[in-house]
Design a protein around this ligand. Structure first.
Ligand code: 5GP
Ligand code: ZN
Length: 135
C-alpha cells in the first residue's frame, strides 16, 4: 500500500515537473539546482537569490519555482503564489537591511519592458536612492 502511495507521489512529482519546468530556462535551472545562485530564500513555490549583475548595493530576484514566461502568461491558479511573493519581499528586505530606507520592486515584462529572462521574476533593488523615471 505504501509502495503504491510512493509510486503515486513520484508520478505526481514527475507530472508536475514536466509541466512546470521549461527545459532551456535559466531560472528553472536555478530552481532545480543545475545552476547555482546565492540563494536568500527558498520554499516549495518561491525562490529568491542575488542578481548576478547587481544594479544597486542590494539587488535580488524573487521567482515562482513554477515556470511562467511573463505576466502575460499568469493563470488564475498562480495568484496565490504571486501574492505570497509580495508578502515575502518585505521580509527579505528586512533581512537585507533595506526595509527601513525603502527599496524598489521591478517586474520587466516583454521586449519593450526590458525582459531578458523569460521566467517571471521580481527585481528588488535597494541600498541607495533610486531615480525616477527609469530609462
Ligand atoms: P530581466 O532583464 O529579464 O528583467 O532580468 C534578468 C536578470 O537576471 C538580470 O538582472 C540578470 O543580471 C539576472 N541574471 C541573468 N543570469 C543570471 C544568473 O545566471 N544568475 C543570477 N543570479 N542572475 C542572473
Ligand atoms: Zn523557467
Amino acid at each position: 500500500m505504501n509502495k503504491i502511495f510512493s509510486l503515486g507521489k513520484l508520478a505526481l512529482y514527475l507530472f508536475k515537473s514536466k509541466f512546470s519546468m521549461s527545459q532551456d530556462c535559466l531560472f528553472c535551472k536555478l530552481v532545480s539546482g543545475q545552476i547555482l545562485a546565492k540563494e536568500i530564500y527558498r520554499d516549495e513555490n518561491i525562490l529568491a537569490f542575488h542578481d548576478i549583475n547587481p544594479q544597486a548595493p542590494v539587488h535580488f530576484l524573487v521567482i515562482p519555482t513554477k515556470h511562467i514566461d511573463s505576466l502575460n502568461h499568469v493563470l488564475p491558479s498562480d495568484s496565490e503564489c504571486l501574492g505570497k511573493i509580495q508578502e515575502i519581499i518585505p521580509q527579505l528586505a528586512r533581512k537585507l537591511n533595506i526595509f527601513e530606507n525603502g527599496y524598489r520592486v521591478v517586474q520587466n515584462n516583454g521586449a519593450n519592458g526590458g525582459q531578458t529572462v523569460f521566467h517571471i521574476h521580481y527585481h528588488v533593488l535597494g541600498g541607495r536612492g533610486l531615480k525616477w523615471p527609469p530609462g
